[in-house]
Design a protein around this ligand. Structure first.
Ligand SMILES: [Zn+2]
Length: 336
């Protein structure tokens, strides 16, 4: 085995540029990766250069017309795709590399090359829907890899703890009984989807679990939600692969949102999730996170926790805001 953790990322190849004011900006990837050294994980980690996902791989989840349009748009110089979402000439390769990182992560775990894989790219992916870029996202990175596994007959759980609802991931798998999508997010907040009653399409009932939390929700309530709702739902689904759509914008210092987690809370949540998947079948995929320090500390804490190390530069957070979300979910999912 190479190292316990393989990190599929290369900040130097990041050529996705956004306007200066934009929160999803160059530097995010380096900030996240800096957390690995800060956490003292240097010896436990090897970095690999991610490959580019192929057009055929992107087309597992995106419309061919959209993929072709994105390539053309970037080649012609890029610009605004919507008021939030930009592409630059380098975005086509950078987005394909972010998706390729997740595909590489799966292959590495499958080959027994590591215990844990971290796919870190930009831009994030979970808002990208089949035929459109959205919410800073061009390609739905986690979905590209999850769809490939599902097509091969695997059962895949995606747990998305980004502060925003992953509307794109939900849309892509809403009627797929082989993929369970779970999202904790702040509500109300962009993109406005993610209601608790969005539980799956007619072909995949109860395959989509949304836990919308009010602003101010802290780690204690998240720990309870993971123990009392997410763990039993994921166990019932019995995945053979687990993806963590790891957005670190639910951190209390994030400028875009109002949940109040700390990096130590993320570590606690990571440990809970890892227990729900078979050994060496957990892939951590970077999504959002816009405060550089929070991104760094949370990346370090999450990866440390997943290989049994303790790195806690912050305290856990406590509070009771958000408890009704848990009670309602236990009712809806027959967990009482
Ligand atoms: Zn987010």
């Amino acid at each position: 085995m190479a190292a316990p953790i393989l990190v599929f990322a290369n900040a130097e190849l990041d050529q996705h540029t956004t306007p200066e004011w934009h929160p999803e900006r160059p530097g995010r990837l380096a900030a996240s990766l800096s957390g690995i050294a800060l956490a003292g994980l240097g010896d436990a980690v090897e970095f690999r250069e991610p490959r580019l996902a192929t057009v055929a791989e992107l087309e597992r989840v995106h419309a061919p017309g959209y993929v072709a349009q994105l390539e053309r748009f970037c080649a012609r110089g890029g610009g605004d795709l919507d008021p939030d979402t930009f592409a630059s000439p380098g975005s086509w390769d950078t987005a394909r590399r972010a998706a390729g990182a997740v595909l590489d992560a799966v292959d590495a775990l499958d080959a027994g090359s590591c215990d844990l894989a971290f796919a870190a790219g930009r831009p994030p992916g979970h808002h990208a829907v089949p035929d459109r870029a959205m919410g800073f996202c061009l390609v739905n990175n986690v979905a590209v890899a999850a769809a490939k596994l599902a097509a091969d007959g695997h059962r895949v759980a995606i747990v998305d703890w980004d502060v925003h609802h992953g509307n794109g991931t939900q849309d892509i798998f809403y009627d797929d009984p082989n993929v369970l999508y779970v999202s904790t997010h702040e509500s109300p907040l962009y993109p406005g989807s993610g209601r608790a009653d969005e539980t799956g399409g007619p072909g995949a009932p109860m395959s989509n679990l949304n836990l919308p939390f009010p602003a101010g929700t802290r780690g204690d309530v998240f720990r309870r939600a993971f123990d009392e709702v997410i763990a039993p739902v994921v166990e019932r689904f019995a995945p053979d692969w687990l993806f963590i759509s790891a957005g670190f914008d639910a951190h209390r210092n994030d400028p875009l949102a109002g949940l109040e987690l700390t990096s130590a809370d993320y570590a606690d949540l990571a440990i809970r999730l890892q227990q729900l998947a078979p050994a060496r079948r957990t892939v951590v995929v970077l999504e959002g996170g816009y405060d550089f320090e929070a991104l760094s500390l949370s990346t370090g804490s999450t990866l440390s926790a997943l290989i049994g190390e303790t790195y806690r530069p912050e305290e856990v957070s406590t509070g009771e805001i958000g408890l009704p979300t848990i009670a309602a979910a236990r009712q809806r999912w027959n967990l009482v």
